[in-house]
Design a protein around this ligand. Structure first.
Ligand code: IMP
Ligand code: MG
Length: 178
């Protein structure tokens, strides 16, 4: 098994690039089908979703817009998903069909807060699209119509996801092996 070193962690490929791109294409196809005739606004959540969003958007054939947003957590409580504010939503989404694009949903608390914040802008609809979901960790009730992979409760990185800020710039998704 080939491994890489990121800081103190030894990592190995868990989802290769070709499989990622296959699933991204599948999910984009589902969005193209479901939102046919609509003009959705895609809202990728920075930083983690930047690579996923770039690949997803190039498979979207709908007349659509994209605006990257960032959520700031309360200091020291980011693990609780306590989101304070959304930065960068410089578009009026009132009446719009919004697709939130996330890298990973773990407990789901972050996404729950994002959906609640977006609801205050009265969009027509909000759909969740995530690259990865850890279903066994999900603590909140979320409808997630678009997901590329369900994964076990292991720490993963690469393809946009980080370990302590590092490791976002790989083509494959990796898991920690020790
Ligand atoms: P949640 O609020 O528990 O769903 O956490 C979601 C956020 O936790 C994601 O946006 C990631 O930033 C981070 N996260 C959760 N699991 C992982 C992982 O395995 N690798 C990297 N980041 C993760
Ligand atoms: Mg994230």
């Amino acid at each position: 098994m080939e491994t890489l070193q990121i800081k103190d962690k030894k990592i190995a490929v868990s989802i290769p690039e070709a499989e990622i791109l296959r699933q991204v294409k599948r999910v984009a196809g589902e969005i193209n089908r479901d939102l046919n005739g609509k003009s959705p606004v895609f809202l990728p959540i920075l930083n983690g979703s930047f690579i996923f969003a770039a690949d997803l958007m190039r498979e979207i054939t709908l007349c659509s817009r994209i605006s990257f947003v960032k959520v700031a957590s309360y200091a020291g409580t980011s693990s609780t998903g306590e989101v304070k504010e959304m930065i960068g939503l410089n578009m009026d989404i009132t009446g719009c069909d919004v697709v939130v694009v996330e890298d990973i949903i773990d407990s789901g608390l972050t996404m729950k807060h994002i959906v609640e914040m977006l609801e205050r802008h009265h969009p027509h609809s909000i759909s969740i699209c995530t690259l990865l979901l850890k279903p066994s960790n999900l603590k909140v009730d979320l409808h997630i119509p678009y997901k590329c992979f369900e994964i076990p409760n292991d720490f993963i990185l690469g393809y946009g996801l980080d370990y302590d800020g590092f490791g976002r710039n790989t083509r494959d998704i990796y898991t920690v092996v020790e």
